[in-house]
Ligand binder design. Sequence first.
Ligand SMILES: [Ca+2]
Ligand SMILES: [Ca+2]
Length: 101
Amino acid sequence: MNACKYTGDQMAWFENPGKTGAWEQHSLATGIGETRTARVADINGDETFTAHDVDAGVTAPTHGEPVDMDGDGRLDIVAAAENVANEVRWWRNEPTAAARP
Ligand SMILES: [Ca+2]
Ligand SMILES: [Ca+2]
């Protein structure tokens, strides 16, 4: 399960302990203002998780959603960029050099 902590400026995921024990919190990112509505997606399809800064100029991204905006088969990211003129932005998922035809 993933979660955002609006007042704590962080995103985390929680490990299910099964039928006993407490859920263990694993931090994904800290120092992100007003985090809300996190979504989980394997953007590059490699079945692993690696954190990346998508846009360091947006310090309070909210309501992000993985969507293929340009129909190229790769998930992009759409989010409100509240601290930057109240805009909705999308970030194109550029293929790596190895994945380019
Ligand atoms: Ca991945
Ligand atoms: Ca795309």
